[in-house]
Design a protein around this ligand. Structure first.
Ligand code: COA
Length: 170
C-alpha cells in the first residue's frame, strides 16, 4: 500500500493554541516546551498534515539536534515524542511517512545518524522494520508531567536506544 502524502512544517507561535486543542497536554504545556526549544535553536518541532486523510494536524515529532541528554546515550540528533493523532489515524502509514521526512531533515543538515528511545513494547517492531538498529544502550527516560491540580509527577521509564545510519539508505 502506498504511503499517504504527509507534509511536515516547523511549529509557529500561532500553532500553539490549535495544537493544544488537537492533542491537549494540560498543565504540562508540552507543545509550548517543544516550541521554546525550537526558538532556542536546539530542536525543531515538526507538525504533520496529510490533506488526503484529514483536515488539520495528524502528527507531531521533535528532532532534538543536541541529542539525548542521558550520558549513556551516544551523541546524535534524537526523534522525540513522535505521535500520530487522533488514534483512528494510526496504522495508515503516517508514522512511517513522517519518519522518512524526519530522516531527510537530519540528512539535509549533514547528520549521518538519527536516534530514538523506545520501550520494549509498543512500536519497536515498526522502527526495526524501517532500518533502525538496537544500539545496545539502555537508559531511563526521566520527565515530569503536571496534573490538573498543578502537582508534578516525576517519571523514569526504561528505554532502549535505536539508531538509523542515514547514509546507508542512499
Ligand atoms: C507509533 C506511531 C507514531 C506510529 O505511527 P503510525 O502512523 O500508526 O505508523 P504506521 O501506520 O506507519 O505503521 C503502523 C505499524 O507500526 C507498528 N506499531 C505501531 N504502534 C505499535 C504498538 N503500539 N505496538 C506494536 N506495534 C506498533 C505496527 O507494526 C503497525 O502496523 P499495523 O498497523 O499493521 O499493526 C503511532 O502509532 C502513535 O502515535 N502511537 C502512540 C504514541 C507512540 O507510541 N509514539 C512512539 C513513541 S517512541
Amino acid at each position: 500500500m502506498p504511503l499517504p502524502v504527509v507534509r511536515l512544517s516547523p511549529c509557529r507561535a500561532d500553532d500553539l493554541e490549535p495544537l493544544e486543542a488537537w492533542a491537549p497536554t494540560g498543565n504540562s504545556r508540552t507543545h509550548a516546551a517543544r516550541f521554546a526549544r525550537q526558538q532556542a535553536g536546539t530542536s525543531t518541532y515538526f507538525l504533520a498534515v496529510a490533506p488526503d486523510l484529514a483536515d488539520g494536524f495528524v502528527g507531531s515529532a521533535e528532532i532534538r539536534w543536541d541529542g539525548n541528554a542521558n550520558p549513556e546515550v551516544p551523541r546524535c540528533p534524537e526523534v522525540n515524542g513522535l505521535q500520530v493523532w487522533p488514534e483512528e489515524l494510526q496504522s495508515h502509514g503516517i508514522g512511517t511517512a513522517m519518519l522518512a521526512l524526519l530522516e531527510q531533515e537530519a540528512h539535509a543538515r549533514d547528520h549521518a545518524e538519527l536516534g530514538l528511545g523506545v520501550d520494549s513494547a509498543g512500536p519497536l517492531p515498526l522502527y526495526l522494520r524501517l532500518g533502525y538498529v538496537d544500539a545496545g544502550v539502555r537508559y531511563l527516560d526521566r520527565y515530569t508531567w503536571i496534573d490538573e491540580d498543578h502537582r508534578q509527577h516525576h517519571v523514569a521509564e526504561p528505554r532502549r536506544w535505536l539508531i538509523k545510519h542515514l547514509e546507508a539508505r542512499r
